[in-house]
Design a protein. Structure first.
Lengths: 224, 231
């Protein structure tokens, strides 16, 4: 069995388990939708102001929705012993854990991208900015999953690590938020967005390549 | 002091697994210090000791999950850290936590155990898996989500790995937990098979093993009274 098949097995197992507990994947998305619909109610449905703040609202809600599901990323596997079995595979832990991160992205990041037209519609985002929003989510969410996994792995041994994960991670998400919202705003005004999207892509590539080393180190530490 | 029970057996070959002067200090307390341990192919070791004596810690060290506070663990004479890949291909570790997914059925659990164990020919609904499940008395429950099974049945699902794995060295932490009399007998038969095939087993158990015709070796971890000097 080569490493690639093993990687796919880890991913497939996670997806199968997620299919058995759909609420875990759906709840953060429902949360996101709720938050986004609350803003027009709270601020007033003036289209100008909504259009101004839409990119920020959508991205902040996306960050919070990502945090909601992170707690469970490694916790179940840690509690039932599956994580120590992953540590005992011949393949490097940093490699096998990326399969779990990929599963997390497929269940939390990708749905955000797919939902983005609906979110844009709810907040009266100009049509020109829709694709920029979707693209910024597509390029940015892998970094959210990879960074999030570091936080989840670091807090494995804590009984209630949820709030600590948020405190560790939210500052790390700031660069993503800045460049993503700036891309969406620029697109709405008809300006060039290549620079912002390129930086988002660079952040994602960097974190997806380097984060697995930190995740694996944190998971090994939790085996104590 | 920790006193390994010396055995009469004289073997000049390299041991399959040996621990050289390993110590464990946890939370400022010395669990065991300067422990010497050697296991040869075909041997069955039972590690006993009071609760909290460090049995599970020792097993996790031998499995490479924990770094010893001092000393080292060697597989075929090579240090574990440098020989991880080969070691883990030959190792089957079943800890306290059974690594059984409550969201999956017994059949699916067995399938993924095989898959992650490196068997690429593994299929869901494999003929071999049905055989294993039948041996363990899980027929009729194979489609049931394991989360709905009893503790003993879940343990049996975890133990299917002893039938499906090809690993040479088994490290088992309390394998008899939650099993009934039949289950224990079945497991001991399987142990015998494995040892006859040249495999080795290290296990902890509070139960005396009923394997009269097997060379059982024992290591007793006695509590240490002294405090760790400093971290």
């Amino acid at each position: 069995m080569n490493s690639w098949q093993l990687w796919r097995s880890v991913l497939a197992k996670d997806l199968r388990i997620a299919a058995r507990r759909r609420s875990d994947a759906l709840n953060p998305l429902m949360f996101l939708l709720m938050v986004v619909t609350l803003f027009p109610l709270g601020i007033g449905p003036g289209p100008d102001i909504l259009e101004r703040i839409a990119p920020g609202i959508i991205w902040v809600a996306a960050l919070l929705a990502t945090l909601l599901g992170l707690d469970r990323l490694f916790k179940d596997d840690y509690n039932d012993g599956s994580l120590e079995q992953l540590c005992l595979l011949p393949e490097p832990l940093a490699y096998t854990l990326t399969a779990k991160v990929a599963a997390h992205w497929l269940l939390s990041g990708l749905p955000l991208v797919l939902l983005s037209p609906l979110l844009a519609l709810l907040l009266n985002l100009p049509v020109d900015a829709w694709w920029a929003l979707a693209l910024s989510l597509l390029l940015g969410t892998p970094a959210l999953s990879a960074l999030g996994a570091i936080g989840a792995a670091l807090t494995l041994q804590l009984q209630r690590g949820g709030s600590l994960v948020s405190l560790i991670l939210l500052p790390l998400f700031i660069p993503l938020l800045i460049f993503a919202t700036s891309a969406v705003e620029n697109a709405g005004m008809g300006l060039d967005v290549h620079a912002q999207l390129a930086i988002l892509a660079a952040i994602s590539v960097l974190t997806v390549t380097l984060a697995p080393l930190a995740i694996a180190a944190a998971v090994r530490m939790s085996m104590n | 002091m920790t006193k390994p029970v010396t055995t009469q057996r004289v073997n000049t070959d390299t041991p399959l697994l040996h621990a050289d002067g390993v110590s464990s200090i946890r939370g400022g307390r010395v669990l065991f210090a300067q422990l010497q341990f050697a296991l040869y192919s075909g041997e069955l070791w039972q590690i006993s000791g009071a609760n909290g004596a460090g049995k599970s810690t020792l097993l996790r060290m031998l499995a490479g999950l924990l770094q010893p506070s001092s000393g080292g663990v060697f597989f075929n004479g090579h240090k574990l850290a440098a020989y991880r890949n080969e070691f883990h291909q030959q190792l089957l570790y079943i800890g306290h936590k059974a690594a059984v997914k409550p969201e999956l059925s017994a059949l699916e659990n067995v399938f993924w155990q095989r898959r992650l164990g490196g068997d690429k020919s593994a299929q869901l609904n494999d003929e071999r898996d049905w055989d294993v499940l039948e041996q363990l008395g899980l027929l009729g429950l194979e489609e049931e989500l394991t989360g709905r099974l009893s503790a003993g049945q879940q343990r049996r699902v975890a133990l299917t790995r002893l039938w499906s794995s090809t690993a040479e060295l088994w490290i088992l932490d309390e394998p008899f937990t939650a099993l009934d009399v039949d289950g224990i007998a079945l497991l001991q038969q399987r142990f015998k098979q494995h040892l006859d095939n040249g495999g080795s087993i290290i296990m902890t158990s509070h139960q005396p093993l009923g394997l009269a015709d097997l060379p059982l070796q024992q290591l007793t971890l006695a509590p240490l009274q002294q405090e760790a000097m400093s971290e």
